[in-house]
Each structure stands twice: as structure tokens, then as C-alpha cells.
Design a protein around this ligand. Structure first.
Ligand code: ADP
Ligand code: MG
Length: 260
């Protein structure tokens, strides 16, 4: 399998702080790869550079051989690399179904003016958005909450809605920053199954940042470990669990538990 995404010597500096130092790794098509590491290790910063929300200080990210770092985020999103947010940025006044419909505007064929003038293309888009939203709702098992207002949803459903919104633009690569944060064990395991299903049945390549070690070990094909901005290990869950540097990094950190 060749690499779908290539992270090459990526460095990010914030003033004197080196948040990512010369990070390189590949992501293969259709794999689930997790980036782990103690708080402040540089995981979110790396994700922001992969999705072009932040420019790299040096180095680059390539997608299908083409440089995608340091472009505009919406350009990268249109290529199919979509990041969901650690902070929930959901349109709270809308229902689940409405949120998914609105999110599809990113790949709308019709121009914005077309919507105001009620063009034929706009009508076709609105109809196909609705159909696609219904497909996604069905696929994600969200039928019962499709017409609930997002602001009324519990944490687990909100996170699933975040994934639905990410999937609304039919991405090739989904970047999930802490998809299990704030979830109990049962919700986490449901989300693990959901993310797997997205990969298995929709062919989406998944990159995730996560703290929940049992969930990471269960869901990941491969893991990249960051510590103080450096990549300290890369391998299968089994290799990572037995890696001396990884164990040391986690034991040495005050607010993280490797929990395995
Ligand atoms: P993680 O997601 O692994 O917890 P982050 O990537 O959020 O870590 O942060 C890595 C380091 O970079 C931290 O020391 C953080 O304070 C710093 N940092 C992150 N974003 C910024 C920013 N916009 N400006 C300055 N420093 C930042
Ligand atoms: Mg983070």
C-alpha cells in the first residue's frame, strides 16, 4: 500500500516554542492511524498543519503526492481532507438533519446567488443534500434524533453529529481530535465501532488524536507517539505498548495515564 498522506519534516514554532520538531510519517489509504502523547506534546498543532488551519514553519504535508500544507483550509477540505474540532462547533439552533444539510454546502455545485434566485441547480442541490443527509443519518444510526435540536443532545450524540458533519462533504481523510473526550466507556466503545464502520464501509482514511489508551489500542492500525514536539515512536498498538520511550514519556507526565 502506498502512502495517501506524507508528513515530511514538519516543524512548527510559536515564537521560541517548538510545538512540532521535524515530524515525518506516512498515512496509508484506508488505515486508522492515531497520534498520541501527553498534554502539550503537539498533537493538535500537527492536525492543524495537516488540514492547513496553520502554516508549517518548515517541512510539508503531501496528499497523493501533492503538497497540501500552507494552502487555504477550505482548499484542503475540498480535496477531501476534513478535520472535526476538539471544541464542538455545531450549529446549535439547528436540528441534526439541518446541520448535515448545511454542512454539504461546502461541496455545493450551485453558486450562492443561485440559492437566492432559486435556480434549477440550487433546487437539485437542496434535494440531493436532503437525500444524502438521510443516507448519512441512517448509516450513523441517528434516525431517532434526526429532528432533535443540536443544543438538546447529550455529549455522545453531539460527537456523533460532529462526525456526521465531517462526513457530509464525503471526505477521503477524516481528522478527529479527541473523539472520545468526555465520554464514558460505553459511549466510547460505540464511537469506536462507528469510526471503524466509517473506514470499512465508506473507505475513509482516519487520523485521530486521543487520550483514551484502551480505545486507541483497540481502534488503531498504527500509532505515532509525540512527546515535547518530537516523534518518539511509531508502530502497531502492540509495538507501542512495549516501547521503552513511550512508557517513560507517559510515566514521566503528571496529568496523563497510559491506562493499559
Ligand atoms: P496537544 O494537542 O498535544 O495537547 P498542542 O498542539 O495543542 O498540544 O500544543 C503544543 C504546544 O504548543 C503547547 O505548548 C501549546 O501551549 C503550544 N501552542 C499551541 N497552539 C499555540 C498557539 N496558537 N500559540 C502559541 N503556542 C501554542
Ligand atoms: Mg490537543
Amino acid at each position: 500500500m502506498s502512502a495517501l498522506l506524507e508528513v515530511r519534516h514538519v516543524t512548527k514554532k510559536f515564537g521560541g516554542l517548538i510545538a512540532n520538531n521535524d515530524i515525518s510519517f506516512d498515512v496509508k489509504e484506508n488505515e486508522i492511524l492515531s497520534v498520541i502523547g501527553p498534554n502539550g506534546a503537539g498533537k493538535s498543532t500537527l492536525f492543524k498543519m495537516i488540514s492547513s488551519f496553520l502554516p508549517t514553519t518548515s517541512g510539508e504535508v503531501r496528499y497523493k503526492g501533492e503538497r497540501i500544507s500552507n494552502l487555504k483550509p477550505h482548499v484542503v477540505a475540498r480535496k477531501g481532507i476534513v478535520r472535526t474540532f476538539q471544541e464542538t462547533t455545531i450549529f446549535k439552533s439547528m436540528t441534526v438533519r439541518e446541520s448535515i444539510v448545511v454542512a454539504q454546502h461546502l461541496r455545493a455545485k450551485a453558486s450562492l446567488a443561485g440559492y437566492f434566485w432559486g435556480s434549477k441547480t440550487a433546487h437539485e442541490d437542496v434535494e440531493s443534500f436532503g437525500n444524502y443527509a438521510d443516507d448519512l443519518i441512517d448509516f450513523l444510526g441517528m434516525a431517532e434524533i434526526a429532528n432533535e435540536q443540536a443544543s438538546n443532545l447529550p455529549q455522545g450524540n453531539l460527537r456523533a453529529l460532529g462526525i456526521a458533519i465531517g462526513l457530509a462533504t464525503d471526505p477521503k481523510v477524516l481528522l478527529l481530535d479527541e473523539p472520545f473526550a468526555g465520554m464514558n466507556h460505553e459511549e466510547t466503545m460505540r464511537m469506536v465501532d462507528l469510526i471503524r464502520k466509517v473506514r470499512d464501509e465508506r473507505g475513509v482514511t482516519v487520523l485521530l488524536v486521543e487520550h483514551d489508551m484502551p480505545a486507541v489500542m483497540k481502534i488503531s492500525d498504527r500509532i505515532v507517539v509525540l512527546n515535547f514536539g518530537e516523534k518518539i515512536a511509531e508502530g502497531t498498538p502492540l509495538e507501542i505498548q512495549n516501547d521503552e520511550r513511550v512508557i517513560e514519556a507517559y510515566l514521566g507526565s503528571a496529568d496523563d495515564e497510559i491506562g493499559m
